[in-house]
Design a protein around this ligand. Structure first.
Ligand SMILES: [Zn+2]
Length: 618
């Protein structure tokens, strides 16, 4: 259940507004990080075994809700757990009058199995995703919590699909108005609030899917509502909420359903609805009817999340429209996502931006803006294995193969000669590209490129793909943030950097995380085994090296012996020696910048970049 607003939600709004509000109130005993959100646990029984059980339960519940909404629905929430007698999970309550707090009673004898099957905490966490709409509309908050709990758990495999539909079929009649009752806003009783609200959600789901040829459903509307309103810490008018949801699905379903049901008792034919969906009277003992007219809609609602789609950063928006280049490589169909941004003034040139290992095309945001303002058309792809592009189950990664893919993309766009700008691992790829296709490169810019030294030759031990994979699975928002602060931004941190942490955290902890980690492992192996340093002398194109002297990046540094570690990642020297080897090179050093100067100080970096590009003969 959810407590109605007391008008104090602005206090909580301040906490939830920050992208990663991370300070728990001092009364809470522990902090869990889930998908970049902070869950503050307050436990009145802190025995070690109990804590372990509770952690698994909270993380499982939070993961299910985060998968459904594309992110966990609050930046910070306190979870107050009170021990009661018995073996199950007791009642739950979510409040927003002194920050977001979920209160749940847990039985002293609750087992791991009981907690793994619990619905209460998922229900309460779903409450976090809807803004405060007022007591009169409590049926919407409870209806969503009831409806989404079943669907989200089914999608993640935590609850049997038949069980979810069986409960809906059995319980939704309790949501129908009885004789003399009015509309949803006028009948605050239990049945109408919980199951009437859930029925409203199911009707909306089916109507949205019917109107969009089953392309999108209620989930799309709810994600948009969370994203635009910020969730339970904020107040919103219910009409506003429905307008936002409808805009996301391109329908008027929520507004129309609400207009019909708010003041008027509606009695839909539930038997007809379930039979059209192919839901039998007792789904636990009878088969679903897959030939029923709306069977495809029923199947789509509770279908398991597709890990391949989830591994393509579906919930992170890029600053410009994202297009897809479809092609075949290594006996499989692949797609590369890319942005193709028109110049803001006519300049007649094109720049192609190649992102680094922990980056995406989107992280070039300020570079795209600087270059388009200077008259460049800018093409920024996500390489295979990265960000919004395909994560194949298996792929023989090489810089040559990635260069070929990129060349095919540029050819499909009909581009002639381009300015190629590569950052970090993208710098290694840019060198490979320039070696393979020199005629296409007008100028080459390498921003803190990797591969200016051969780590394996310097003593970095080889680790197996399986070891890389195991390491990648450990990645969390916090580990990303710590690494980036130290390596990319020379020890500094700014809220401007946080979206790029969230972007990676979505990839690394979402439902596609195994696929992401496996591709990431293969890419690390490629970076480690395929040096470009020996071929720098073969570059024939005018080249600018832009180096942050505080950069210390080196693959495998953290698992190398101290004597080896001391030899690695000295960018001031690496930059100078690379500039000597490359025949037509110019070196620009930034004494105070780390590995990502274009993000750390966009103004200074882009001023230097544009000046350097002007200065190169071509
Ligand atoms: Zn509730």
């Amino acid at each position: 259940m959810r407590a109605a607003a007391l008008g104090l939600s602005m206090l909580a709004a301040a906490a939830a507004g920050a992208a990663h509000a991370s300070t728990c109130p001092s009364a809470t005993s522990e902090t869990l990080a889930v998908r970049g959100s902070t869950l503050c646990l307050s436990l009145d029984d802190s025995a070690a075994a109990r804590r372990e059980l509770v952690h698994a339960w909270v993380e499982r519940s939070a993961g299910i809700v985060a998968d459904y909404y594309g992110r966990f629905p609050a930046a910070l929430v306190v979870i107050e757990l009170r021990t009661i007698d018995g073996g199950g999970v007791g009642g739950g309550r979510t409040t927003n009058d002194a920050g977001l707090i979920i209160h749940v009673n847990v039985g002293r004898d609750a087992t791991a199995a009981a907690l793994a099957d619990d619905w209460v905490l998922v229900h309460e966490m779903v409450h976090l995703a809807l803004p405060e709409v007022g007591r009169r509309h409590n049926w919407l908050a409870e209806g969503l919590a009831v409806y989404v709990e079943g669907v989200a758990r089914a999608q993640s495999g935590n609850r049997a699909i038949a069980d979810v539909w069986a409960e809906d079929r059995h319980s939704m009649p309790m949501g129908l108005p009885r004789a003399g009752e009015g509309g949803m806003d006028q009948t605050p009783g239990w049945g109408r609030t919980y199951w009437g609200g859930a029925l409203f959600c199911l009707q909306a789901e089916v109507a949205i899917r019917r109107q969009t040829a089953n392309r999108v459903g209620l989930q799309t509307a709810l994600r948009a509502i969370l994203k635009e309103t910020g969730g339970y810490a904020f107040d919103r008018d219910i009409e506003d909420v429905f307008r936002i949801g409808d805009a996301a699905t391109g329908t008027r379903v929520l507004q129309d359903l609400y207009a019909g049901a708010k003041n008027t008792a509606q009695i839909p034919d539930l038997d007809a609805l379930f039979s059209e969906l192919g839901v039998p009277k007792d789904p636990k003992t009878e088969a679903f009817d897959d030939r029923a007219p709306l069977a495809a809609i029923r199947i789509a609602i509770t279908a398991a999340v597709d890990p391949a789609a989830a591994a393509e950063l579906p919930d992170f928006d890029y600053p410009y429209p994202v297009k897809r280049f479809e092609f075949r490589s290594q006996r499989q169909a692949l797609h590369m996502a890319y942005m193709d941004v028109a110049p803001k003034q006519e300049g007649g040139r094109t720049a192609v931006l190649l992102h680094g290992k922990n980056f995406c095309a989107a992280t070039w945001l300020s570079t795209i803006d600087a270059l388009t303002a200077a008259g460049y058309r800018v093409v920024a792809p996500d390489q295979i294995g990265f960000c919004k592009s395909t994560k194949p189950e298996h792929y023989q990664y090489s810089f040559q193969e990635l260069a070929r893919n990129t060349h095919a993309l540029l050819s499909s766009l009909g581009l002639g000669r381009v300015t190629l700008i590569g950052h970090s691992t993208g710098g290694m790829l840019a060198v490979r590209y320039a070696l393979m296709y020199p005629a296409q490169i007008e100028r080459l810019v390498l921003v803190d490129p990797l591969g200016l030294e051969d780590w394996k030759a310097k003593g970095v031990p080889s680790i197996s793909l399986d070891d890389w994979y195991a390491r990648e699975l450990q990645t969390s928002a916090q580990s990303i943030r710590d690494y980036e602060r130290a390596t990319y931004y020379a020890g500094h941190w700014s809220e401007d950097y946080e979206p790029w942490v969230q972007m990676l955290a979505q990839l690394n902890s979402g439902p596609g995380k195994e696929l992401v980690a496996w591709n990431s492992a293969a890419i690390y192996d490629m970076i480690y085994t395929q040096p470009i340093v020996y071929e720098l002398g073969n570059l024939s194109v005018p080249t600018v090296l832009m180096i942050g002297d505080k950069d210390t990046t080196a693959i495998g540094k953290d698992f190398s012996p101290p004597a080896v570690r001391a030899l690695l990642g000295h960018y001031p020297e690496l930059g100078k020696s690379a500039a000597r080897r490359i025949p037509h090179a110019r070196l620009i050093e930034f004494p105070d910048f780390g590995h990502a100067p274009q993000i750390q100080d966009p103004v200074a970096f882009h001023k230097a970049l544009l000046q350097a590009l002007k200065g190169i003969a071509h």
